[in-house]
Design a protein. Sequence first.
Length: 315
Amino acid sequence: MKELKIIEVKSEIGAGTRGASLGVDAIKIAALDFGSRYFKKHNTLEIPNENHLLLEATGNAFAKRISGVLTMVERVAEEVAKTLENNSFPIILAGDHSTAAGTISGIRKAYPKSKLGVIWVDAHADLHSPYTTPSGNLHGMSMAIVLDEDNLDSKVNKPDQETLNYWFQLKNVANIAPKINYKDVVYIGVRDVEPQEDFLLKRHKVKNFTIADIRKRSVERIAIETIQALDHCDLIYVSFDVDVLDSAISKGTGTPVSNGLTEREAGNLISRLLTSDKVCCFEMVEINPTLDKENLMAENAFEILVRATNSLLND
């Protein structure tokens, strides 16, 4: 059995819509409503956040609150590395997806000589940089951070030098850049990308299993092929953004997208992926109860979390 550690990151400074920092507590409320002792059974730790920055100016338009995101990425990286070094399995419950850059940095810090594969279950590719972002929100840049990707060929913005200095620091957290390579990434459910991201996906021939692929060939088949595609990697990290779910059921998230997974499909997918011995970390992000009715998104997320945990403990 694996010793699990729940790492709570109640941060939302990388998002454009307010409320994702409340997602962790919304999951806990869902657990209570289900009569579950989940959060009593597992060791938990909360990482201090920088949400006070929400009351201040956003800074550069092409990388909003980047100094605070850098601080959060460093804190998450430190805690994830420590958890892995103590032979525990980190489950990260976070607000916005920018913290995933910290998670990946932490895994690489703990295992600097290991090749890390990333399974990114999300409606979005999160491959923007300050040079290409249409919004300036860092939760859309987490994959670019760990891939050390500026995408200057698709440049549309002119970030100032202060922003570029912070961007360089973000990409070099844990003194490793890049932390992963494109061939070590598998996307599942990505369907809402800008032209600048599409350019990178095609240039690097990044594998993306679409919703149509899942419906045609089954969740189980896609999970098997995903793990096989990362067979060359020593370790695998699974990141789950709840907006991969269909917008009809994922109203409680900041960036819902139609034509997504059902809760059952997502639960089956995650539980199947986490049976792989190479998986060393799981993250769930972007639950926003302020946009929801009756905490439905958090309840769906909690059920997926329980299935994921059962796969880890029963493996």
